[in-house]
Design a protein around this ligand. Structure first.
Ligand SMILES: Nc1ncnc2c1ncn2[C@@H]1O[C@H](COP(=O)(O)OP(=O)(O)OP(=O)(O)O)[C@@H](O)[C@H]1O
Ligand SMILES: [Mg+2]
Length: 262
């Protein structure tokens, strides 16, 4: 069974940044392989990992729905759809990435979507770790990729509105038909001088205790401005080191040996 980590939070809080660094931690520190799922229609996890992807799941699904793709003779429709999904996976040795693209539309082709979910669930179990970067909000988690999450990382900006939104996202996550083992709140881009009094008060009032905080990080900001991969920032980067420390004791170091290692 793989260990699934999902990231959620308000827009622009740092979900993609932390998802990319999580993949780096799994591959670099734990020496395990990871399956990254970019479930944000804006497709940014690939960029944060320095990957140009060619085809998203939504491109593939639309192709099938519009019947632009011919099913090859001798191949069942089901096997063909699996083949098309495999074609969308970008392999990087230590980790693979799948870009979901746009969510299914109202006129969805349920046969394709059902197969897709079934296949993704099975595919995810081949890897010791699955990391899902989500778009802002939570609703889509239930219909997109998985119905089981081991660790939900709710990323929060250090503002009063950020805290209120994080609380709402945590509540929403409790109402989803997704089994979530553990939820943690992470503060990101905290100024050097620390948290504002109002933010501290609000955290207390909402009954929220951040598990860890990351400061504003110039190296991350520069990497993002230049469009460089977060796999290339220094190993001593403060945010990366703090994330590694947070994960120690929080994710399993020993995983099912039948699953792919690096
Ligand atoms: N600790 C940090 N210090 C400095 N800049 C940061 C930090 N974390 C994230 N950023 C920057 O903030 C911006 C938004 O981060 P990111 O794209 O990870 O957020 P997001 O939550 O995934 O956004 P969206 O909701 O649009 O998907 C990026 O430019 C990123 O480089
Ligand atoms: Mg993002």
């Amino acid at each position: 069974m793989s260990f699934t980590i999902a990231l959620a939070g308000k827009g622009g809080t740092g979900k993609t940044t932390l998802a990319a660094l999580t993949i780096r931690y799994i591959t670099e520190v734990l020496g395990k392989s990871a399956f990254g799922v970019d479930a944000d229609p804006n497709n940014s996890l690939g960029a944060a990992l320095g990957i140009d992807f060619e085809k998203s799941i939504s491109d593939m699904r639309e192709g099938i729905i519009e019947k632009r793709l011919d099913f090859p003779a001798g191949m069942s429709k089901e096997r063909y759809i699996e083949y098309c999904i495999e074609e969308c996976i970008v392999e990087r040795g230590k980790f693979d990435l799948l870009v979901m693209g746009r969510p299914e539309g109202p006129g969805c082709y349920c046969y394709v979507n059902n197969l897709l979910r079934k296949y993704l669930d099975r595919l995810g179990t081949n890897y010791p770790f699955v990391v899902i970067d989500n778009e802002a909000g939570m609703e889509h988690l239930s219909r997109r990729t998985t119905n089981r999450v081991d660790l939900l990382m709710v990323v929060c900006e250090p503002t009063v509105i950020g805290v209120v939104t994080a609380k709402r996202i945590i509540k929403l996550s409790q109402e989803l038909p997704v089994s979530i083992k553990e939820r943690v709140l992470l503060l990101n881009r905290v100024p050097e001088e620390g948290l504002n009094e109002k933010v501290l008060e609000r955290l207390e009032r909402e009954g929220l205790k951040p598990r860890t905080s990351f400061h504003f990080d110039e190296e991350i900001f520069q990497a993002s401005s230049r469009g460089t991969s977060l796999l290339e920032i220094s190993r001593d980067n403060t945010t990366y080191k703090a994330l590694c420390q947070f994960f120690n004791g929080c994710v399993p170091v020993e995983v099912d040996s039948s699953l792919r290692s690096e």
